[in-house]
Design a protein around this ligand. Structure first.
Ligand SMILES: [Mn+2]
Length: 407
């Protein structure tokens, strides 16, 4: 059984206002080729297919086109992440063919997609869990009838609801394996922040009252018969393995595929990829296939003179973030840099030797507005205000106060 694990496509997302459609198209073309070249039995997308609950029409069209091409070659299993609307993503689920499964309903977490082997028997069980919101998923995951006298709701936390979902998965899997008489490999897909993962700037919030992290052990069933052979995670955008060891000491392969496209400058050194997972009997191997890069991301730093000296001209084809370090804010900084670097997306003036930002003070009702503005001017300019600048600030604040008072 060969499964491609991917996640966090975020179709419809932009990068500092720049359109990422061509990057998404390149990845989806690559995925279609990969599926054909590698004889892939199924593609599992572990959440965040779209960037938002109501995706733009162009993002819907990208998905429609990609699913058409993928399902002519393999099976596709999608589940919603925290950015998707489970209802909308799952809307057409009941009309789908056996080659496309959208697993959006919390009530069905204990029911796998069965990927058939070459002889038509069960080749792999894929439990694609949708993103489980602690508030919304508690009742559907309760054990037995819910009443005020006998509360049997899982804890209101990500660990609580994911744990409840995993006990359904474990019970179902153990029963199937007992009936099969052979160990059919199983994969669990989940969209969560699992302990030990490194974050980027582009994942928005899976957090409720600070209880957002799920210990990896929640995804590992203590009973080996009920245990998945691979856990395909979505949510974090950097590809990474998560260390997970069962009670009996067996390591359980668990990883984030990461997003196929970089969505923030904090990801400029990521190698974006998909995971090819091979499962047979109880053995698992995973390898990463790099995703195409349409335009790299890069941060350049220096004085405007330095940035325009020609030294960094090889950066002109990248999406750029520039950090300008001149002591005083240079004139026409953005226009001059944009002329040389047409894909400049983010610009910050951070003077070398500037005041440490940690010196900022809390503003209260009692703060003198002149001090507040002077602090801001000093912080933005990178040096403390001079007496002359302070006089200008004082004039401006007092003049504004006089006008307000005159109203
Ligand atoms: Mn995401």
């Amino acid at each position: 059984m060969r499964i491609v694990h991917t996640s966090d496509w975020h179709l419809g997302r932009t990068l500092h206002g720049a359109d990422l459609t061509s990057a998404h198209e390149a990845y989806l073309d690559h995925l279609v080729d990969l599926v054909a070249e590698e004889n892939v039995d199924a593609v599992l997308v572990a959440g965040d297919v779209f960037d938002r609950a109501i995706p733009p029409a162009s993002a819907l069209e990208l998905l429609r086109d990609a699913l058409g091409r993928l399902t002519s070659r393999t099976r596709v299993i999608l589940s919603p992440g925290n950015h998707d609307s489970a209802v909308r993503l799952g809307l057409t689920a009941s009309q789908l063919t056996d080659r496309l499964s959208i697993r959006a309903r919390v009530e069905r977490v204990g029911e796998p997609v069965v990927v058939p082997d070459r002889d038509g028997g069960p080749g792999a069980y894929v439990y694609a869990l949708p993103y489980l919101d602690p508030d919304l998923a508690r009742e559907p995951l309760a054990d037995g009838p819910v009443s005020e006298d006998a509360p049997v709701l899982p804890a209101r936390s990500h660990s609580g609801v994911l744990g409840a979902a995993m006990s359904r998965v474990g019970a179902d899997l153990a029963a199937r394996r007992a009936a099969d008489g052979a160990r059919v490999p199983a994969v669990v897909g989940a969209h969560a922040f699992v302990a030990g993962g490194a974050v980027s700037d582009s994942e928005r919030d899976i957090r409720v009252g600070g209880v957002d992290v799920v210990p990896a052990g929640v995804l590992v069933d203590p009973d080996v018969a009920a245990r998945a052979d691979y856990v395909a995670l979505g949510h974090l955008h950097g590809a990474q393995e998560v260390r997970a060891v069962s009670d009996d000491g067996t390591p359980v392969p668990m990883r984030y595929s990461g997003s196929p496209v970089a969505f923030s400058f904090s990801e400029e050194n990521h190698v974006k990829s998909s995971v090819i997972v091979d499962l047979s009997g109880g053995s698992v191997s995973a390898r990463l296939v790099p995703a195409p890069v349409v335009r790299g991301l890069r941060t350049i730093e220096g004085t405007v003179g330095d940035l325009l000296s020609g030294r960094l001209d090889d950066a002109a084809d990248s999406w750029l973030r520039a950090i300008v370090t001149d002591a005083a804010r240079p004139e026409r900084m953005h226009a001059r840099l944009k002329e040389r670097f047409p894909h400049l997306l983010a610009l910050a003036h951070e003077p070398a030797g500037a005041l440490p930002r940690t010196q900022s003070r809390a503003v209260t009702d009692a703060s003198d507005p002149v001090d507040v503005v002077a602090d801001f001017v000093g912080d933005a300019g990178g040096t403390p205000v001079t007496p002359e600048e302070l006089a200008v600030v004082r004039d401006a604040v007092e003049s504004a106060q006089r006008r307000t008072a005159a109203r």
